[in-house]
Design a binder for this molecule. Structure first.
Ligand code: PLP
Length: 375
């Protein structure tokens, strides 16, 4: 009998195969008739199994498979579900890599990609017709924290026979659970808050119905995007403190957002926890807190570089979702692929600063932002 601890402790096992004692068992395993471990590209390693068990439980999923990065999860999902002639409806503010994959790669393979504004259920429902095979959402969005109503849109998608996938990376299952709201798939970059320490990359695809398990498993197997056992171990270890960390990330973001909102040098704060955020009510309904991310602009956009270089606690970095507070500019992170004009057209104001709020003591963070803004 495994003890309770055996079930909880992640195990790192770098072996990519195991010896078989018996040729019948070996043949059956190779044919897929047993679930014994054959080879690392076909089967999840032990630490991946820990990650999957935890996230399947947290999201209320029927099936989950881990891959080597968040973008690998998105890639595997698209190639498992779409074929030439398929149509995807996607919100405008999705992650830059997702947009590139859809607009540049999948278009070349005969997939039609339709873009829609992401902060209006009416506009999305309007665009949902019989031609749509997949509705792809990302809520809250990065860096402007726009939101989509997962329950309402999932119901509308079902009426036209479209599947719904949600990139829930920014929220994590501690803050929102899209499958419970009616979505068919949820994907996460495990590199961000779920791993939580900026030391391992990974991704996961979870689904509400296990009928997609074979297609997703085959996608992982043939694209070769399996997760490295050491990365999987670090992510599994990160998950043991996910709930604790998310509470602190979100509490800190709430306090920092309200403090920035009162500051004379700050022009606008983008954060769903502010009562003047256009989707504040949806945020209260759909999420258990307002999330760990916020963005803001300064009155003097040309002083942004001086401000971010003046920060001593927060770090400039091209990622989000670590225990440290990380500052990102859209032109170096989420919208690195766009020109300044394209960013303006997407509604990303010049001089926008994104903050992935860490778990430091909040007084220390506010003191740091105060001294850097005073310069
Ligand atoms: C980072 C990120 C991704 C991509 O994840 P990687 O692990 O970097 O491949 C996808 N979606 C969102 C919202 C992200 O922040």
């Amino acid at each position: 009998m495994p003890s309770k601890l055996d079930k909880l402790m992640p195990v790192v096992d770098p072996a990519i195969t195991r010896g078989f004692k018996d040729s019948v068992h070996w043949r059956d395993t190779a044919k897929g008739d047993t679930d014994a471990f054959l080879y690392s590209r076909n089967h999840h390693n032990k630490a991946e199994e820990s990650v999957i068990r935890a996230l399947v439980a947290l999201e209320g999923a029927a099936f989950g498979t881990t891959v080597s990065s968040g973008l690998a999860a998105i890639n595997t999902l698209f190639f498992a579900l779409l074929k030439p002639g398929s149509t995807v409806l996607v919100t405008r503010d999705t992650y830059g890599g997702t947009q590139y994959l859809l607009q540049t790669v999948l278009r070349k393979w005969g997939v039609t990609v339709k873009l829609v504004e992401c902060n209006s259920s009416a506009a999305i429902i309007d665009a949902l017709d019989d031609s749509i095979d997949l509705l792809y959402l990302e809520t809250p969005s990065n860096p402007l924290l726009k939101m989509q109503d997962i329950a309402v849109l999932s119901e509308a998608a079902k009426r036209v026979g479209a599947l719904v996938a949600v990139d829930s990376t920014v929220a994590t299952p501690i803050v929102q659970t899209p499958l419970k709201l009616g979505a068919d798939f949820v994907i996460h970059s495990l590199t961000k808050f779920i791993g939580g320490h900026a030391d391992a990359m990974g991704g996961i695809i979870l689904c509400a119905d296990s009928k997609y398990a074979n297609a997703l498993t085959a996608g992982r197997e043939t694209s070769g995007c399996q997760m490295d056992p050491h990365s999987a171990y670090l992510i599994a270890r990160g998950i043991r403190t996910l709930e604790l960390r998310m509470k602190q990330h979100c509490d800190n973001a709430y306090q920092l957002a309200h403090w920035l909102d009162e500051h004379a040098a700050v022009k606008q704060v983008y954060y769903p926890g502010l009562s003047d955020h256009p989707q504040h009510q949806l945020a209260q309904q759909q999420m258990t807190s307002f999330g760990p991310l916020l963005s803001f602009s300064l009155h003097s956009a040309n002083q942004v570089n001086e401000f971010i270089e003046g920060l001593e606690v927060a770090t400039m970095a091209s990622t989000l979702g670590s225990v440290e507070t990380l500052i990102g500019l859209p032109e170096t992170t989420s919208h690195v692929e766009c020109t300044e004009e394209e960013r303006q057209a997407l509604g990303v104001p010049a001089g926008l600063v994104r903050v992935s709020v860490g778990v430091e003591p909040i007084a220390l963070l506010i003191e740091d932002f105060a001294q850097a803004l005073a310069k």
